[in-house]
Write a protein that binds this ligand. Structure first.
Ligand SMILES: *[C@@H]1O[C@H](CO)[C@@H](O)[C@H](O)[C@H]1NC(C)=O
Length: 454
């Protein structure tokens, strides 16, 4: 991380105190609380939703975006942090601006299309590639796939195998990708933005239609959908439909009105476990703004004619799919909500929760303990400071205390040990809260994984 630990610590304290002073409901939107995220790009793979995002650095007062982030969920309520699968440093030619990208799968590989400002050049589209959806991604080409000064790539592979790359702001462009996904055929095409296709914008002669940026292309049944950030500024989200992947497009209107303290937005839609989900971003975290954004999600049902209902930003988010199993090892960085803390790369692999201060907490939603309470709780922890306690609570941060685990000093922030403590009275399906306590204003300890046992 580029920021000092002290600074992060202060930011964490600020987030935590703001959350408690505002008495915010323990909502599950935004989906990530440990840092600011933007431009969600979900993909369903292996029965799991993998959500790639941009990353607004803490304290940003303009766009300050250096890497991309990845989270996954199999219940749409608890999200696991996979850290950063790709960054500007992946691309030797990158100058700045790790903006809105999307991952698609093909040929047993994952391709990550991203806009980046080329050093000494203009906004370009780069392609990362990985054999593993979680990355790390490497530069597939060693140079941009294309460069025309415009942003926000979206890729759809049609049922006949033809892949289309769309992108653009203020124009909308597309090109047909070859089957290798890292080259294209023909020249890049500019979509004719007509008011019939993209709606009428008032008061902007340069941009007569509502299309602004952030296109998201997909097909449902035989209808193609182009969803996009519209109007400016602040943006809302609108869409058009077409009978082919290259149109012609028919304007269909508003999906999500301007709201939520971010003057930009970015849509994404996926189907998962028989439901449909709409992803977007806003500025709903403490400190949130157009440069400190957060991704969020709503569930919706298509109208019978295939049109999309108007959606509003919520704090509850979608209902959980199924329940969460406390009797297998679970990562501490899998959570429905948290306050104060952050995550970092763990020496034992993956990610751990860190930068924990007194009063911080993690919420894990819909944990199925069953009719008999577990007898023990085990946690993998470390502390270069004096440690602290993990209070295991049900329902809320002040809900029933079913156990307390003491964490002692281990001599290093990546010197790990396992602690176990007794549990009683944890039955049924509950929202589980880990509330962290300790003395002093320093970080208390780190937390890698946990498990309950009967
Ligand atoms: C698919 O998910 C299962 C269960 O979560 C996991 O064990 C497996 O490693 C995953 N496979 C891949 C290829 O990601």
């Amino acid at each position: 991380m580029g920021l000092s630990k002290t600074w992060l610590c202060h930011a964490s304290l600020l987030l935590g105190s703001l959350l408690s002073s505002l008495n915010v409901v323990r909502a599950d939107n935004p989906l990530v609380q440990t840092l600011y995220t933007a431009d969600p790009a979900p993909i369903v793979y292996n029965n799991t939703v993998y959500m790639f995002t941009g990353h607004d650095e803490d304290g940003s007062t303009t766009y300050n975006m250096k890497d991309w982030r990845l989270y996954s969920s199999s219940d749409m309520a608890n999200w696991r942090d996979h850290g950063s699968p790709m960054g500007l440093t992946t691309f030797s030619w990158a100058g700045a601006n790790a903006w809105a990208g999307q991952v698609v799968q093909r040929n047993g590989k994952f391709y990550y299309y991203v806009p980046i400002t080329r050093r000494g050049g203009s906004m370009s589209i780069g392609v990362g590639v990985s054999d593993n959806i979680e990355g790390p991604y490497r530069d597939a080409l060693g140079k941009p796939l294309l460069e025309n000064g415009q942003i926000d790539p979206t890729v759809w592979i049609d049922t006949d195998g033809q892949a289309y790359l769309y992108w653009g702001n203020p124009d909308l462009w597309y090109v047909k990708l070859n089957a290798d996904m890292i080259s294209y055929s023909g020249s890049i095409q500019k979509v004719q933005l007509t008011t019939a296709g993209f709606g009428q914008r008032n008061g902007n002669a340069q941009r007569p239609t509502t299309f602004e940026e952030g296109p998201w292309l997909y097909k449902r049944n035989s209808l193609y959908y182009m969803i996009y950030a519209a109007n400016c500024c602040s943006e809302d989200i609108r869409y058009s439909t077409g009978t082919s992947a290259t149109g012609p497009w028919t304007y269909r209107g508003l999906i999500m009105a301007t709201s939520g303290k971010s003057f930009t937005n970015h849509p994404a839609i996926i189907d998962y476990k028989e439901n449909t989900y709409f992803f977007y971003h806003n500025g709903a975290l403490p400190g949130g703004s157009g440069y400190q954004r957060s991704v969020a999600v709503e569930r919706f049902v298509y109208n019978s004619d295939g049109t999309i209902p108007t959606l509003t930003m919520s704090t509850n988010g979608p209902p959980q799919l199924g329940t969460f199993n406390p009797y297998v090892r679970q990562e501490a960085e899998t959570m429905a909500f948290s306050s104060g803390l952050k995550t970092e790369v763990c020496s034992e692999g993956g990610i751990n929760v860190g930068f924990i201060n007194n009063g911080d907490y993690i919420k894990v939603k819909g944990v199925a303990f069953g009719s008999t309470s577990p007898k023990t709780f085990t946690a993998r922890v470390s502390s270069a400071a004096n440690g602290g306690k993990i209070e295991v609570r049900l329902g809320s941060t002040s809900g029933t205390l079913v156990g307390t685990c003491t964490v002692a000093a281990t001599g290093g922030w990546q010197t790990w040990t396992t602690v176990t403590c007794p549990i009683s009275g944890a039955t049924g399906t509950q929202d589980l809260f880990f509330r962290f306590t300790g003395s002093g204003s320093d970080n208390l300890f780190n937390f890698n994984w946990w498990q309950f046992s009967t």
